[in-house]
Ligand binder design. Structure first.
Ligand code: SF4
Length: 942
């Protein structure tokens, strides 16, 4: 195990541990230094080829996730702590019994793109080689399965042809369904720097929303949801019309060219305009730019993949590159960016239920035999297993009776999430391996197994450009936490999983040995693209010191960078790329107008509702279901509660004001969140982040709204086009509270009300709305916030009520220090929220200080810094806006940075600062000083 600063790095220096950020598919290298006081500091690794020293706000805050407060530290069976032996014996026994009684298909694994490749490899080997089926799928199914399917159909293998460098070398970068600025920030920074160096570079953004990425775009195509396929079908037609097809390349290297072209013949600009809701001028601009530019990279992400036509859309994008021969050469090609840190590693080992291992197809009998021979396994999976959504349907139907879930939270992240929770509640045996104890999925587990965290385990991950990097351990695993691979191997040993010669098949001493086996299999399996056979001969020291490298790395060769398909040779049986005919359908029209809810059996209500298209996605400073980032105060202060972005026209029609609470409902569920009215949102659609779970909010698990519709080829859920009903939620009272203590029993105390909890530097903040009167809510908060926490302690209550206005304000002082404060009113409560949060634990001396606190406002010369914009230096929106308006000299992002430090470290907030500069003419300095904020909003609306 590698601990502290004694670890040799791949460049031979000894001052820090080189490892990899565990968040997104960019796969940035980080340097971890242990400070003399025992704390850890994080820097971007200047030698890592993915980021060259850069980090985003999440990566820069990694050291703050090392807090152990909600770690799962010991195995638990039925809620009671136990030792590993007992827990593993139970898991092995129950798996054995289930298989004996119901057959191997009654057992399944659901794993994660956050596992290391070594964990993934062991899970896949156990299921496909010893259970003999493919009952293993991964949450990467939700992220990029359509790209995998598109690659395999077009190229014959799941191959990302290009490298990150291609984005910098391109003359035109097309970003499709990708908010790169927030979801892959370091790649965005690289693109931004390349554009500054080469201003002639053009960038087109294709996204229904105006996101932070728009800041970099020369052209933003705000198309109708799910109409990308028509846009790219029209592009292929335009490429032909404009004489931009490379007929020599297509003739020599592409099958299906004529059929694909015939399928888009009718897609002239007017037709595509009608299908996409774009204007003919916008389309002509894009088509002309694409036609005239040789070096084009098309970057696509979840906006393309998470669609009922995701595979076809991916293929439509690829077809434009195949038809023009713009693939595999510097600065050109289609480029899928993965969401998770090791989605690619999972693809390499067969984490998806329709792949075997080492990029081998389950349907390829010869390759299958090679894998079985290599493993010496008694059996081998022969046909694809259930994909994620279907897997949990089988759990619900009782066909799967034992499921082991690792490093993921499907109760929040799968579509129809309430149904998934119900399925797991019905399942006779659920094992969850996780780092934290309080996940919504862990709550329905029979057995909880404590996994080693990012900082505590060794292994490898692969980023979006096929680069394999080492993740290195720099802390001893806490208490009983163990790596995920070890947990599976121990169960396999208890199940006496030996190879056909009777030798142990799951008996590794560490991840280096597993990696060598994985590398050797990649050479033996015969995949035409994924081959890292050279790494099979690494000794332990070589594995420890392994520098990031791109695959392939074949035996006998040196590691190096390469692009695929420059020679026009693809991995299909014919060796030719494959184009695919496009079937265009009208985009999802949003039913216009508002309706009163007249559901059968219900009284007519006065609350108008409107059907809108739900688009789910991510925000800048949170990761997945917030199990890691949710605990970091500075990451939570950018957007502190769940919100729905609503277009002004829809808000007006429904009587929704900014800061109201809204309700969104579909056939499968209901959520409540804060309204954020913004013209960045397309009319008729609403954007909601996917992060909030029951741990952080009363009812904001947005995947509860999403139906189980999946792409028919890839099985990837369509998470961005769900029709939902939007309405204002009729709250009668609103409250804001700050507290030194995390309040216990929020859900019990506040029942069906709206609440959202987030950490601050000194405690907690809570946003609340209720159907109770303000007076009643005030009483309930008294019980919740004072209650047991201050029994037998010397406290002083300070109150101020204005019963005519329905306002109530309370302070709780412990000695002379502020312990808790809460503010209740009949409308969203305007307060200096961040300033109040900072007062927790501060001395409150004198009457004036008490009055200030009760007013919820600092002195005029000490304005509330506002919602955090720059997470690195904790610079708020108000601070930045005041700098901009102070004397007229802060006219650039750099000048704002020089004055406030905002944007001078990771750079993730620079798009927001730029937006604030652009809005400078409408800024009113006095407003920021005096106006309290109604909620913690993104800067553009503050
Ligand atoms: Fe981590 Fe940010 Fe890099 Fe993604 S872009 S790997 S989240 S530092």
């Amino acid at each position: 195990m590698m601990v502290g600063s004694d670890v040799p790095t791949f460049s031979g220096r000894r001052e820090a541990v080189r490892t990899t950020c565990p968040y997104c598919g960019v796969g940035c290298g980080v340097l971890i230094t242990r400070e003399p006081d025992g704390a850890h500091s994080v820097q971007g690794d200047p030698e890592h080829p993915a980021n060259f020293g850069r980090l985003c706000s999440k990566g820069a805050a990694l050291a703050e996730t090392l807090d152990v407060s909600d770690r799962l530290l010991a195995p638990r069976v039925a809620g009671r702590e136990t030792d590993w032996d007992s827990a593993l014996n139970l898991v092995a026994t129950r798996l054995r019994q289930t298989i004996d009684e119901h057959g191997p298909d009654s057992v399944a694994f659901y794993v994660s793109g956050q596992l290391l490749t070594e964990d993934y490899y062991v899970a896949n080997k156990f299921v496909k080689g010893w259970l003999g089926n493919a009952n293993i799928d991964t949450n990467s199914r939700l992220c990029m399965a359509s790209s995998v399917a598109g690659h395999r159909r077009a190229f014959g293998t799941d191959t990302v042809p290009g490298t990150y460098e291609d984005l910098e070398l391109a003359d035109l970068v097309v970003l499709v369904g990708s908010n790169l600025a927030w979801c892959h920030p370091v790649l965005f920074q690289r693109l931004q720097a390349a554009r500054e160096a080469r201003p002639c570079m053009r960038i087109v953004l294709i996204d229904p929303r105006r996101t932070a990425t728009t800041e970099l775009a020369d052209l933003h195509l705000s198309l109708a949801p799910d109409s990308d396929i028509a846009l790219f079908g029209g592009l292929l037609c335009a490429l032909d019309d404009n004489g931009a097809i490379d007929t020599a390349f297509a003739d020599a290297h592409v099958d299906g060219f004529e059929t694909a072209l015939a399928s888009v013949r009718g897609l002239d600009v007017d037709t595509v305009a009608a299908l996409t809701a774009l204007t003919p001028v916008e389309l002509e601009s894009f088509y002309a730019l694409f036609s005239a530019t040789d070096r084009v990279v098309s970057v696509y992400s979840q906006g393309v993949n998470q669609s009922a036509r995701g595979t076809d859309t991916v293929h439509a994008i690829i077809d434009c590159h195949l038809a023009t021969g713009r693939i595999g050469r510097p600065g050109m090609g289609p480029f899928s960016i993965t969401g998770q840190p090791n989605a690619m590693g999972g693809r390499e080992v067969g984490g998806l239920s329709n792949m075997l291992a080492a990029h081998v197809e389950l349907g390829n009998a010869r390759a299958r035999a090679r894998v079985q021979k290599f493993w010496g396994s008694p059996c081998i999976a022969e046909k694809p297993g259930p994909m994620a959504v279907e897997l949990f349907e089988r759990v619900r139907d009782g066909k799967i009776k034992a499921v082991w879930i690792m490093a993921t939270n499907p109760v929040d992240s799968l579509p129809d999430a309430d149904r998934v929770r119900d399925a797991l509640a019905r399942c006779p045996f659920v094992v969850v391996s996780d780092v934290v104890e309080g996940s919504d999925t862990g709550a329905v587990a029979d057995v909880l197994l404590p996994s080693a965290a990012w900082s505590e385990k060794d292994g490898t991950v692969t980023n979006s450009e096929r680069r394999i990097s080492r993740q290195r351990c720099f802390r001893t695993a806490l208490d009983l936490a163990k790596p995920d691979w070890w947990q599976i191997a121990e169960v396999a040993k208890r199940l006496e999983c030996v190879d056909v010669n009777g030798r142990p098949a799951f008996d590794w001493v560490g991840p280096a040995e597993i990696f060598r086996e994985h590398a050797a299999l990649s050479a033996a399996a015969g995949s035409p693209d994924f081959d890292i056979g050279a790494a099979a001969s690494l000794d332990d020291a070589g594995y420890d010191a392994l520098a990031p490298f791109q695959w392939p790395w074949r035996e006998g060769s040196a590691p190096g960078e390469r692009r695929f398909f420059a020679d026009g040779v693809f991995h299909t049986p014919s060796g030719r790329g494959r184009m695919w005919p496009i079937e265009v359908q009208p985009f999802i029209a949003t039913p216009a107008g508002c309706t009163e809810d007249r559901s059968p059996g219900r009284k007519p209500t006065r609350t108008p509702t409107r059907t809108v298209i739900l688009n789910t996605g991510r925000i800048r400073d949170q990761w997945h279901t917030m199990t890691r980032t949710g605990r970091v105060a500075r990451l939570s202060s950018h957007l502190a509660e769940p919100f729905a972005e609503i277009a002004p026209v829809d808000a007006d029609a429904l009587g929704i004001n900014g800061a109201d609470i809204v309700e969104l409902a579909s056939a499968s569920g209901k959520v409540r969140m804060r309204a954020l009215v913004t013209d960045r949102q397309r009319p008729g659609s609403v954007f909601v982040p996917m992060h909030w779970s029951d741990a952080w909010a009363s009812r904001a698990r947005v995947d509860a709204l999403v139906s189980r519709t999946v792409d028919p080829v890839s099985g990837q859920p369509a998470s961005k086009s769900e029709p939902v009903k939007l309405a204002r939620w009729g709250a009668a009272s609103y409250a804001f509270a700050v507290s030194a203590h995390r309040p216990d029993g929020l859900r019990t105390a506040l029942g069906n009300d709206y609440w959202a909890l987030s950490p601050t530097a000194t405690g907690w903040r809570i946003e609340i709305a209720s159907t109770d009167s303000p007076a009643l809510l005030l009483e309930r908060l008294d019980a919740l916030l004072v209650g047991a926490a201050y029994v037998d302690r010397a406290i002083e209550r300070v109150s101020h009520d204005d019963s005519s206005a329905g306002l109530g304000r309370r302070l709780l002082l412990e000695g002379t220090r502020l312990a808790t404060a809460w503010f209740v009113g009949p409308a969203p409560v305007g307060l200096a929220r961040r300033w109040l949060a900072e007062q927790i634990g501060q001395q409150v001396t004198g009457t004036n200080a008490r009055h200030r606190l009760l007013a919820g406002r600092p002195e005029d010369d000490l304005p509330d810094p506002g919602a955090t914009v720059c997470a690195c230096f904790d610079v708020g929106a108000t601070t930045i806006k005041m700098a901009i308006t102070a004397d007229g000299n802060c006219t650039t992002v750099a000048k704002v940075g020089a004055r406030t430090r905002a944007g001078t470290n990771c750079g993730s907030c620079r798009p927001e600062i730029r937006r604030m500069l652009e809005a400078e003419s409408s800024l009113d300095h006095s407003l920021f000083v005096k106006r309290p904020v109604l909620f913690n909003s993104p800067v553009v609306e503050v």
